[in-house]
Design a binder for this molecule. Structure first.
Ligand code: GLC
Length: 803
């Protein structure tokens, strides 16, 4: 932890009095008596960027995190001058800058404090490395809460915690461990029903203190680079998170198969084992879309090779798997084995693509293949070369997904488990040491991999995932929470970490279901599947040396229960895909922690057991052994018990029975939940009908449904279908209005609806105001199901004829 005690230090330095300021379109730049510059840029009415320079010169303005396509623009940017105070006013906020000490206060238009500064910006010169340690201290008002910061394996609300962002390979990590695989220097704060976000766009090692040192102070600082951060105003958490996600970018839609169930292990080999595994899934009718091959598919763990003894004809194997509905996903690590006869090594060496130490030698380190050199993925030429390497794997052999690992970067048997900080990087033409490039190394590897897999998968969509990542890396890859352990505590951690990642812009994420290290009991595996099917990425993976972790390895009961849950995921794919659409289009997180769902409800501030899957399904996994139920906190509103349609009123805790086969799942009243029939893999069957489960409400509720061809890029040309269903219910009548956008024509013939919780008997049905007989709709009054045409504007069911 860096403190103010560095030898030869001048101690903390502070900006002096403002001598001048000038405008430049969207920015205002202040210069102080001691050569400090502060530039405030208005990106949008609710987003301000703050950059500080201490020697009167800003660094080259370059960021890996910010999405270049981010839309800028504001409605209002007004300046008011008063003695010792300049105020920037947008249509959402006021930002006051004190010209005596450059301290900032941000307020809403009613002058409520959003955030103010105590020490504000200050810095410490670094004699060892040059440049500064840049620091920011802000005041934290009473009752403030903090959320986000990536994959931290700790309690959901970060209040009282001090955390460091420095990507690290942490096999079998434990709760509250500080440095993990990802660095996302973005948090959301909430107080007085006002939410705002801070994104500290600095790739050096960064530190955050959420009121630990001082009860009323929040601090963030970096061991180099600029104090360069974005302030994002809500006042809703939803607005903060979606604005941040738009600023740092969203991915394209994944292919639908990638949302199916994935089976992985370290490692499945040889080929017969893989084929047997695939056959077993089909024999047991256990849905599965992807099989992952870990490092043993390679020859001596050399990337882009195959072990021909284990896999004599990979292309044929991949093809056969594809015929059975399985996509093959393979692992690729960054370490390239030092071997003069190895083509990839030779190419990188000849082209000077490997990272070097300060004085010129290559960065040499041990990983799975033994001694390796490492490509400098921060060099655009290296990324292009790397992307090209997927031609054979993806373009010719037909692999459908690539999984990047060990890219923190991990190095074995050395202190710190990574590169020494003197290693040099290109950083897209902004040459630097590993101190600056460490946290983005994995992200740039993932980017190069994504570019390659995308290119050679075309016209299909790619699937890529990465373990290490940085803010903005969600544009390229899915991710997972890394080497967890088969314990109940880790099941709890997986739940919290995935919610936290969703609040950090990285929604396409999941955990190693069942635990990577050690072996789960059948009960733990079952409970983990019951959680994992609701994670945006759903994969069972394990280290493989602690016994088997396929769903049938724990006996009949576990197999039967877990199969039902994985089937449920497949049924809910249209619902999940819609949530993915909202994420990729608008940056809306796929899982919503309760505080995101209802920030006015103070009961939610410290809760992460429950979450909202998509927009309308409340999930509360069982996270303890041998329990038959638990207390669940229900957000305000009314919720249907998924298993028996009993209605629960929210705003408080209720006991919910949960024997092993029943995990607590609830549906928001008024919701219309789209479902597929059960399938063994995505697009196995040409569906005749889409199911809509309608949950009656006395009142209104809006639901949406996104559909497209499940793969390919036609959706970008308008060939998608986005339906909005407006539900209106009252005793004796329900009305559903449908509105469709987009040019995509779905292939199913009709809708099969089922109305839950209907408090009256349906006597009459009207389709676009014309009465239709209930018989023609195949109406079954015992369960309120019927078939209706998929094209309609308005459908109405009543207990008696319309007057
Ligand atoms: C790392 C990964 C793990 C993988 C293993 C072998 O530990 O996190 O998922 O199975 O390496 O490649």
């Amino acid at each position: 932890m860096i403190t103010n005690t560095e030898l030869e230090t001048k101690g903390n330095l502070f900006p002096g009095e403002v001598k001048a300021f000038e405008f430049d379109g969207d920015s205002i730049t202040f210069s102080t008596a001691n050569t400090v510059l502060l530039r405030i840029t208005v990106l949008r009415d609710s987003i301000l960027r703050f950059r500080y320079a201490t020697d009167g010169i800003f660094e080259n303005d370059f960021s890996y995190a910010i999405d270049k396509d981010t839309m800028h623009g504001f409605n209002k940017f007004e300046i008011q001058e008063a003695p010792s105070l300049i105020t920037i006013i947008t249509s959402k906020i006021k930002c006051k800058i004190s010209t005596t000490d450059l301290k900032i206060g941000i307020y809403d238009l009613q002058d409520n404090v959003i955030v103010e500064e105590d020490l504000g910006f200050h810095w410490e010169e670094s004699f060892k490395y040059g440049g500064n340690f840049v620091k920011m201290n802000k005041t934290s008002v009473e009752g403030e809460n903090f959320f986000g910061l990536g994959d931290k394996p700790t309690n959901f609300n970060l209040k009282g915690r001090k955390l460091t962002l420095w990507n690290k390979d942490q096999f079998a990590f434990n709760k509250d461990l500080d440095e993990l695989y990802k660095a996302v220097p973005f948090y959301t704060a909430l107080h007085s029903n006002i939410a705002y976000g801070i994104f500290f766009d600095n790739s050096f090692k960064t530190h955050f203190d959420f009121c630990q040192d001082k009860r009323n102070e929040v601090k963030f600082w970096a061991e180099g680079g600029e104090m360069n951060y974005y302030f994002i105003y809500g006042p809703k958490i939803a607005e903060v998170v979606t604005s941040y996600t738009n600023l740092t970018g969203t991915p394209d839609l994944p292919p639908l198969w990638a949302l199916g169930y994935h089976q992985s292990k370290w490692s499945y080999f040889p080929e017969e084992r893989v084929t047997e595994l695939a056959a077993k899934f089909r024999e047991l009718d256990f849905p599965c879309d992807a099989i992952h091959l870990d490092i043993d598919y390679m020859e001596d763990f050399k990337c882009f090779t195959w072990n021909n003894k284990y896999f004599p004809d990979p292309k044929l194997m991949v093809e056969k798997l594809e015929e059975e509905g399985f996509k093959t996903v393979v692992i690729i690590d960054p370490g390239i084995k030092i071997d003069a006869d190895y083509k990839i090594f030779k190419e990188a060496l000849d082209n000077n693509y490997f990272c070097r130490r300060a004085d010129g030698p290559f960065m040499r380190g041990k990983v799975w293949p033994g001694e390796c050199y490492f490509p400098d993925f921060t060099n655009p030429k290296v990324r292009e070369w790397w992307a090209g390497l997927f031609k054979e794997l993806v373009g010719e052999i037909g692999v459908k997904g690539v999984w990047n690992d060990m890219n923190e970067p991990a190095v074995m048997e050395v202190p710190g488990k990574t590169f020494p900080t003197d290693v040099r990087h290109n950083y897209d033409g902004n040459d630097c040491s590993h101190r600056k490039a460490h946290n983005i190394y994995g992200m740039q590897m993932a980017r190069a991999t994504h570019d390659g897999v995308r290119k050679y998968s075309f016209p299909k969509r790619p699937f890529t995932m990465t373990r290490a990542n940085f803010a903005g890396g969600q544009r390229y890859c899915a991710t997972w929470t890394g080497d967890n352990i088969a314990t109940w505590e880790h099941l709890w951690l997986a739940n919290t970490q995935v919610q936290r990642l969703c609040l950090s812009g990285m929604s396409f994420t999941g955990s190693d279901i069942g635990g990577f290290a050690e072996q789960p009991s059948g009960e733990l595996f079952t409970r983990w599947i019951q959680l994992g099917i609701f994670h945006p990425f759903c994969r069972v993976h394990s280290s493989g040396d602690h016994g088997n972790q396929e769903p049938w390895s724990f006996g009949e009961e576990v197999l039967n229960i877990t199969r039902e849950y994985v089937r449920l995921r497949y049924q809910l794919l249209p619902y999940l895909y819609t949530a993915f659409y909202q994420y990729t289009e608008e940056g809306i997180p796929i899982l919503k922690p309760l505080v995101y769902f209802d920030q006015e409800d103070v009961h939610t501030y410290y809760r992460s057991d429950e979450f909202i899957f998509g927009n309308q399904i409340l999930v509360c996994p069982i996270q303890d052994a041998h329990v038959q139920g638990r207390r669940v906190y229900f957000p305000r509103g009314k919720w249907y018990n998924f298993w028996n349609d009993e209605i629960v009123t929210g705003g408080k805790e209720h006991w919910v029975d949960a024997p092993l086969e029943k995990s607590p799942i609830f549906i928001k009243e008024g919701a219309i939940i789209p479902k597929f029939p059960v399938q063994n893999y995505v697009d196995e069957i040409e569906t005749e009908a889409l199911f809509l489960d309608i949950y009656y409400k006395n009142g209104n509720e809006t639901s949406i449904l996104y559909e497209d061809a499940h793969d390919g890029y036609d959706y970008k040309k308008g060939r998608y279908s986005l339906k909005t269903f407006k539900f209106r219910g009252k005793p004796g009548e329900i009305i559903i209005q449908q509105h469709k956008d987009g040019k995509f024509l779905t292939s199913y013939k009709h809708l099969e609806i089922r109305i839950h919780g209907l408090p009256f008997e349906i006597e009459k049905a009207y389709l676009d105001n014309e009465e239709v007989s209930l018989e023609t709709l195949d109406f079954d009054p015992t369960v309120n199901t019927m078939k209706i045409p998929k094209v309609f504007d308005l459908i109405q069911f009543t207990s008696k004829a319309k007057s």
